[in-house]
Design a protein around this ligand. Structure first.
Ligand code: NAD
Length: 258
C-alpha cells in the first residue's frame, strides 16, 4: 500500500496513538534486535534475564559492557521521530507508546512518551535479592553516567551507594515484569485511539505486541509502517513496507497539509 493511503488515514483520524519499536531508531544508528546483523547476532538473549542478572556478577559485568556498546555513542533523532512529534504538536496525537529505551522520542520533541521498557538514560537500585521479576530497591536512581563513570574507574559492577544493593539500568529485562501502571496507561491510550500507528516493530514481543490488537478490538484503525511484513499486517487498514524515516515525514506532512 502507499504512503498516500497512510496520509489519508492519518488526516481522517482525530487521535492517532503511535506505537514504536526498535526499527524507528535504526536510521539514527541504533541496531534493532532481530534484523540480520542486529544485537542478537552478537549477544545471546538467554544470558540477560532479570534472574541471571541478580544471581551472577559476571552477567552484570557483561550487561554493563553491552550497555556501553549500545548507548555509548551520540545518537540523534531521525526524521521519523520528528514526524511523530509533529503529529502530537499539531494536536492530532495524544502521544507515543514506545518499546524503545533510547530516549530519542523526547529528544525529537514528543512530550507524552509512555516507555514500556524503561530508559537506558537512568540506572536504579533493584535491591539485594529482588523477588520474582520485580525490582525491590531502596529508591536510589541516577543518570546512567553515574554507573559509566564508576565502570571507567574499574568498578565493573557498581553497587548502590545508599544500601549496597544491585544497580541495574532502568530498563525491563527478559523475565522482568512490565510496570503495571505504565502498561495500564498504554492500554487506556489504545482503547481511546481512532488510529493506532505502529512503526518499526516486528510486533512479536508480548505483551507489548498485544496493544495494536487491543486498539483494533476497541474500534481503531491500525496502520503499520515497517521494513518487512509483520504478523499483524492482515489486521491493518493500511500497511506500508518501507523505511520509517522516509515514509512517516511524507505521510505526516500530507496529513497535516504542510
Ligand atoms: P524488533 O527488532 O523485533 O523489530 C524491529 C522491526 O523494525 C523489524 O521488523 C525491522 O524490519 C523493522 N525496521 C528496522 N529498521 C527499520 C526502518 N528504518 N524503518 C522501518 N522498519 C524498520 O524490535 P521491537 O519490535 O521493538 O522489539 C524488540 C525489543 O527491542 C523491544 O523490546 C525494545 O525494547 C528493544 N530494543 C530497543 C532499541 C532502542 O531503544 N533503540 C534497540 C534495540 C532493541
Amino acid at each position: 500500500m502507499s504512503t498516500g493511503e497512510l496520509a489519508a488515514l492519518l488526516a481522517g483520524a482525530g487521535r492517532t496513538v503511535v506505537f514504536t519499536g526498535a526499527g524507528v531508531s535504526t536510521e539514527s544508528g541504533l541496531d534493532d534486535f532481530r534484523s540480520p546483523g542486529g544485537i542478537w547476532d552478537r549477544y545471546d538473549p538467554r544470558e540477560f534475564t532479570f534472574r541471571r542478572y541478580v544471581e551472577d556478577p559476571e552477567v552484570r559485568r557483561r550487561s554493563w559492557r553491552l550497555r556501553r556498546e549500545l548507548h555509548g555513542g551520540d545518537h540523534e533523532p531521525n526524521p521519523a521521530h520528528r514526524a511523530i512529534a509533529r503529529l502530537e504538536q499539531a494536536g492530532r496525537s495524544p502521544g507515543v507508546i514506545t518499546q524503545n529505551v533510547d530516549g530519542l522520542h523526547a529528544d525529537a520533541g514528543s512530550t507524552t512518551v509512555v516507555r514500556l521498557h524503561g530508559t537506558t538514560r537512568r540506572v536504579e537500585c533493584i535491591g539485594h535479592d529482588p523477588p520474582g521479576g520485580r525490582p525491590d530497591g531502596c529508591g536510589f536512581s541516577a543518570p546512567t553516567s553515574w554507573a559509566m563513570e564508576r565502570i571507567e574507574d574499574g568498578d565493573e559492577d557498581p553497587a548502590c551507594p545508599d544500601c549496597g544493593g544491585i544497580v541495574k539500568s532502568a530498563t525491563i529485562s527478559f523475565g522482568q515484569q512490565l510496570d503495571p501502571a505504565v502498561l495500564a496507561r498504554a492500554r487506556r491510550m489504545c482503547e481511546e485511539a481512532d488510529c493506532l500507528l505502529a512503526v518499526g516493530s516486528s510486533l512479536q514481543v508480548r505483551p507489548a505486541a498485544g496493544l495494536p490488537r487491543l486498539a483494533v478490538d476497541a474500534g481503531a484503525d491500525l496502520a503499520i509502517v515497517n521494513a518487512e511484513p509483520t504478523p499483524l499486517d492482515g489486521l491493518a487498514t493500511v500497511t506500508v513496507h518501507g523505511l520509517a524515516g522516509e515514509v512517516l515525514p511524507a505521510a505526516v506532512d500530507t496529513a497535516l497539509g504542510d
